[in-house]
Structure formats: C-alpha cells, structure tokens
Design a protein around this ligand. Sequence first.
Ligand SMILES: Cc1cc2nc3c(=O)[nH]c(=O)nc-3n(C[C@H](O)[C@H](O)[C@H](O)COP(=O)(O)OP(=O)(O)OC[C@H]3O[C@@H](n4cnc5c(N)ncnc54)[C@H](O)[C@@H]3O)c2cc1C
Length: 488
Amino acid sequence: MRKIAIIGGGFGGIAAAIRLRARGNQVTIYERLNKLGGRAQVFQRKDYIHDAGPTVITAPNLFYELFSLLGEDLENFLEFKPLDPWYRFHFNDQTEFDYGPNREKMLDQIKKISPEDVKGYLKMLKESEAIFKLGYEKLAGHPFNSILTMIRYAPAILRMRGYESVYSFVSRHLKHPNLRQAFSIQPLLVGGNPFKTSSIYSLIHALEQKWGIYFCMGGTGKLVSELENLMIRNGIKINYNSDVSSFSTSGKVITRVNFKNGKSQAFDYIVSNADPIQVSSELLKNEKISFHNSLIKKYAKHSMGLFVLFFGSVKAYKNIAHHTIWMGPRYKELLKDIFDYHHLADDFSIYLHRPTRTDPSFAPKNQDSYYALVPVPNLKGNQNWDELKESFSKKILDELDKTIMPGIVKNAREVFSMTPKDFKKDYRTPFGSGFSIAPILSQSAWFRTHNQDDRYKNLFYVGAGTHPGAGVPGVINSAKVVEKIIYP
Ligand SMILES: Cc1cc2nc3c(=O)[nH]c(=O)nc-3n(C[C@H](O)[C@H](O)[C@H](O)COP(=O)(O)OP(=O)(O)OC[C@H]3O[C@@H](n4cnc5c(N)ncnc54)[C@H](O)[C@@H]3O)c2cc1C
C-alpha cells in the first residue's frame, strides 16, 4: 500500500483517486476550492441552477467503470438520459440542422441542405470510425512517455493523415459551408481551432455516433457529488480548501508536498491534476524541471479563453434544444482573431445550454436556466474583462433576442458571467485558457506533458494538460494511463 496525494479534484483527479484506491493504496485528494469538480462547478442564483462547465456526457461507460472498480453499480445513484437532438445548429443564414442519433433523419437533412454531400458524409463517417479505432481505442488510454511509442505509432498517424486539420478532413468530404462548420466544430469542445487541430480529433464524431450524447439527470454537479460519495464510502480522504504551493525535492524524487497554510507532508507518489504548466512554473519554481516540460512551459500554445454568460428566463423557450450551436457570420476569420491575434472581435459564435429541456429541476416551473458559452481570446489578449464583461453580456443577449430567443432581453433574470480572468483565478489555468494547452499535433501524445514526470519519477499527471487531453473522456482516460504506468 502506497501513500498517494492527488493534487486537485477535477474529473482527472477523481478518476485517478478511484483507480489508485481500487489498487489498495492510501489515497488523499487535496483540492484548493471548497468543493470537488474543478471546471464542473455548480452555481445557483435564486431559483436558477447552472452547471458551470461540462454538460455533454459522451462515453458514459467511463463513469460506469469508475463505480465498478470499487465494486459498486452506477445505476443505483445516477441516470444518464440520452439526448435527441444532440446539438441543434443555428446558422447565420437563419437555417437550422439537428445533429442526432437518428441516422435517417440526419441524412434527410443533409440531403435537403446539399444532396451531393450525403455520399460524402457517409464516407467521412467511415474514415472517422477508422481514426476512432486508432486514436481512441489504441492511443487515448496508452502511455506516451517514451519517444519509442511515438515512433511506433507515427506511421499509423501519418496514414490517417494526422497532419491534416479537422477542417480540411471535413472539407475533403463535404461541400456545403454550413455542413463543413457543423462537422468541424468538435475541436472547439476541447480547446482547439478546427483549422489547426489534428484530424485525429475527428474521432469525436465517431465517438458520438458510437455511444451517443447524454445528460446526467440532476446535472454534472450531481455526477460530481455521487463520485465524491463513492470515494468517501471507499476510504479516499478528501481535503478541501487545501492549496498546494510547492513541492520539495531530493535528487529525482518529490519528497514533500507543501501547502499554502504552511503545512507539509511526505508521500510515496504524487498525482497532479493541477495544470502541468502551473506545476513547472509555480510548484517546482525553485527546483529543476525536465527539458521536455521546460519547452512546454516556454513555447506552449494555449487553448482559447471562454466567456460564459449565465442567466435564468421567466419564460421557457420550448423550441430551444438542450444544446444549441449558434454560428456567427464568420468562421475561419473569427477563429484566427481568437487563436492567432488574441483579438476580441465584434462578432462571435455561441454554444447555448438549456438543461431545463431535459431536467426541469434547474429552474422554477415553466421557466428556464441557461448558459451561453462564447470562445474568446485567452489572457494573452490583454483584454480588460472587468470593463468589457457587461457590454459583452448585453451583446450576447441582444443577438439571441434578435434570432432564436425573442424577448430574452426582457425575460432574462439573475444574469452573471465568468471571464478568462475568473478561469485563471478559480482553476489556476495559465492565461485563463478554457482547456489547458491546445490540441494541435505538435502538442499531442508524446509532445504533451508526459503522464509520468521525466525527472521526478514519483510525480504523475492527469487532466487536460497531459496525454490524451481535454474533455471529460480525455481526462478520465489520463487516469487510466497513470494506472498503467504504475501497474504495467
Ligand atoms: C465551460 C466549459 C464547458 C465544457 N463542456 C464540456 C462538455 O460538455 N463535455 C466535455 O467532455 N468537456 C467539456 N469541457 C472540458 C472539461 O470540462 C475539462 O476538460 C475537464 O473537466 C478538465 O478536468 P481536469 O481534471 O483536467 O481539471 P479541472 O477541472 O481543471 O480541475 C483541476 C482542479 O485542480 C485544482 N487545483 C489546481 N491547482 C491546485 C493546487 N495548487 N492545489 C490544489 N488544487 C489545485 C483546481 O481547483 C481544480 O479543481 C468544458 C469545459 C468548460 C470550461
């Protein structure tokens, strides 16, 4: 039995705690906030409840597995409800497209938008299934600590055209600009620009097709709290308000974990769910770090920032789907502004979450609760979010009012927002980025921070900044990778 500290209680930290506890270790989580979940926080304003982070549950089997590792059955505690449609796209030309589980219905819609794209879509689906087999089934849960692993898989990645962007991959198959947008936005869900993210990430499309998209009844907050109960029942210790400030080292070993309140403790193994760049630049500030991590610290390209607007509505907008993607007038150019120039443009696109479509408990009867998530530059853009946030919130509500939610400006209640500045403060994420470093090929697999530190062999990484990357399935798989390294 080893004594293991998990730094951070996001999904990556939770999954690592469960896996390592199931192996019989003494596991303690140290979380700097007063609750678990990391980005999966829950906010409540008056009677309106909001999941603040992930809401789209793909690969629910990963959660079933966490419960079963500790000999329990998820279905005794949680219900994952399948959604239909998965996403409703609202394009700038005022047309709509429902992306969902019914293949015939989806093909009919593609036919209406662009008959020649039906064949292309089916071909694209086949290719993304092949990418899924390589990228998800083989690589996502596999350690990439050694360059030899990268060399072994490089030919397969090249054969799958991993050097191509998701947008190029989609455009090889589909002609219509709206369909190209709809089927290439997935990298944005993990912090990447579809024009720069490796086409390996088009596996997300096959993943959605294979398992579907679910909502956890009661919200992602309920999922976090049931995982918390599961851990407590099974002897995992959880310390809240425990901010880790540094690690002490001796040679190539982390000897002590030091806390902001002055306390310090020794562990056999440390698993960091804190962002790897935070570890390199703050927790190991006075210590040597590996060459690999020093390159990442210096040169990493970070994911975009997020502006998240939360609001209730005294009117229920019954035609709004659970997940809506509202596309603005520009696509490639807007993404260039956000990712390359760090410029806050006048236009934007929105991902709108309406949990009350599936679970009425999020708002009073016949009312709605929403969040509108808008990709924006991360803090490299130097925007003054304290000054901007009010006018930016107004712009978002105005656009929704003019298009899919008439009257929302008048009906909105308890409006508040989260900006990249809050992401930096609350989650300690470098540059306030929404998803850690961006998922480009030169920052994926071996090129990302390794799941076992190259220098300190008792330090491991889970979460969005390490392999395989951001998104709930990614970070849960990162814990599987750490387990495989410790128990080869
Ligand atoms: C608004 C939003 C919507 C999203 N929607 C989806 C979605 O629908 N589906 C999906 O799959 N993914 C989604 N994602 C992505 C997904 O939420 C994240 O990739 C994932 O939750 C990140 O988990 P994590 O384990 O890496 O860490 P985090 O959630 O970032 O948690 C890390 C934890 O470590 C703690 N910590 C950091 N430093 C220290 C320290 N020094 N001491 C102690 N504790 C520390 C932090 O407080 C935090 O609790 C979304 C993300 C955002 C922001």
